[in-house]
Ligand binder design. Structure first.
Ligand code: AMP
Ligand code: GLY
Length: 422
């Protein structure tokens, strides 16, 4: 089979790495991919949002199966465009990707179907939003409705901060059209866990759990980033909690989407918080998480393509999905200054020293090739994943990899995997 993957980050590199192990696949293409991915797949210079060109490419190349890694094209309807041409494609249609694309939609869905989440109100008018937040106790959470590169969530400690957040989102339009609506939400506390799941519209199969570290510096200090590292399994997510989530969150969500005529096929990502009142949904994503995928897929035993085909065909209930009884830890190597400003173009050394190790995998996020050598080309440069029998061993192995790889201004956190409560 010929497979096309759409996306360009560490997540897509991890998907390609796993797909390469499938005996059913003859060739993998990635659009647009990145320098690291180009060593494992044929990269084609088509952007993830160039939907017509992607469809054209899939038709001309005789692609048998396409996988959408990123959120923007899903929310824009890339799956519908492929299906219109009778092309097989993995991911939710536009009417289901809205579960990530609109926070107001996802909150209303949860309210309607009794799925546990933070209390909230939705506003389209600035003055009403302002009046409301001024009447509330602090802290409070203000979210731009649409996709905002993971940055549209503002936790406000005072009324002044809350009004400033509304100004940014609704008046200054810092997140563009995403900010024409806001969700104002109750502030919850507790440890967060990511549980990604495979869905075929009616059956939902949770993957192994993961936790990520969003802040730039050790001990969760510094600014929020796209993710500085992640580990799997979570230390707090027990089989009992999984069973409870299956009953109160996972199945109800998939059933709710089906009832609404928005059958969800693909990866449904549940961002959960274990509050004093039990597990609650913080967010949904309509795709694999980045960097969670870099620790989840190395633990998957079953052929990923077979699972994805079962999701598209509606036969997930017939699949036996198996995982290794181990742990994985991914440490992100970033460019100093990320997430604010950073330089690019520094040569990366030491990659070859971990190539032969089966317990270390390096996923590329922001690299480029210059004169045949890898150089830094983004804020998050690489994800170094260590695989071990348990988290402690996986942490040790991941940091062995981290020490061997170097580039100017290399920045990473030293405490990935040891977070327990946050
Ligand atoms: P989201 O993009 O909705 O996942 O939000 C990003 C992050 O903001 C989450 O991972 C949480 O750490 C935090 N957050 C979102 N909603 C809430 C809430 N209601 N209470 C506390 N923290 C929240
Ligand atoms: N790691 C969070 C996300 O992929 O949205």
């Amino acid at each position: 089979m010929k497979v096309l993957l759409v996306g360009s980050g560490g997540r897509e590199h991890a998907i390609v790495w796993k797909l390469k192990q499938s005996p059913k696949i003859d060739k993998i293409y990635c659009a647009p991919g990145n320098a690291g991915i180009s060593k494992d797949a044929e990269c084609v210079p088509i952007g993830a949002m160039e939907i017509d060109k992607l469809v054209e490419f899939a038709k001309n190349e005789g692609i048998d199966f396409t996988i959408i890694g990123m959120d923007d094209p899903l929310v824009a309807g890339v799956v519908d465009a492929f299906e219109k041409e009778n092309l097989r494609v993995f991911g939710p249609r536009k009417n289901a990707a809205i579960i990530e694309g609109s926070k107001a939609f996802s909150k209303d869905l949860m309210k309607k179907y009794g799925i546990p989440t933070a209390k909230y109100e939705v506003f389209e008018e600035y003055h009403k939003a302002k009046e409301y937040v001024l009447s509330q106790e602090m802290p409070i959470v203000i979210k731009a409705d649409g996709l905002a590169l993971g940055k549209g969530v503002l936790i406000c400690q005072s009324h002044e901060e809350a009004v400033a957040a509304l100004d940014e989102i609704m008046v200054d339009k810092k997140f563009g059209a995403s900010g024409s609506k806001v969700v104002v939400e109750e502030f919850l506390t507790g440890p967060e866990v990511s549980v990604l799941s495979f869905c075929d519209g009616k059956t939902v199969v949770p993957m192994v759990s993961a936790q990520d570290h969003k802040r730039a510096y050790d001990n969760d200090e510094g600014l929020n980033t796209g993710g500085m590292g992640t580990f799997s399994p979570s230390r707090i997510y027990t089989p009992e909690i999984n069973e409870e989530c299956m009953k109160t969150i996972f199945m109800p969500t998939v059933e709710a989407m089906a009832k609404e005529g928005r059958e969800f096929k693909g990866v449904l990502y549940f961002g959960l918080m274990l509050t004093k009142d039990g597990m609650k949904v913080i967010e949904y994503n309509a795709r694999f998480g980045d960097p969670e995928t870099q620790v989840i897929l190395p633990r998957l035993k079953t052929d990923l393509l077979e699972i994805m085909e079962a999701c598209v065909d509606g036969t997930l209930d017939k699949m036996n999905i198996e995982w290794y009884d181990n742990a994985a830890v991914c440490v992100v190597l970033a460019s100093g200054g990320y997430p604010v400003s950073y330089e690019k173009g520094f040569e990366i050394t030491g990659l070859e020293s971990v190539e032969d190790r089966s317990d270390i995998v390096v996923f590329h996020a922001g690299t480029a090739l210059k004169d045949g050598k890898f150089v830094t080309n983004g804020g998050r440069v690489l994800g170094v994943t260590g695989i071990g029998k348990d988290l402690d061993e996986a942490i040790k192995i991941a940091y062995e990899g981290v020490e061997k790889i170097d580039f100017e201004k290399k920045h990473f956190r030293h405490d990935i995997g040891i977070k327990i409560y946050k």
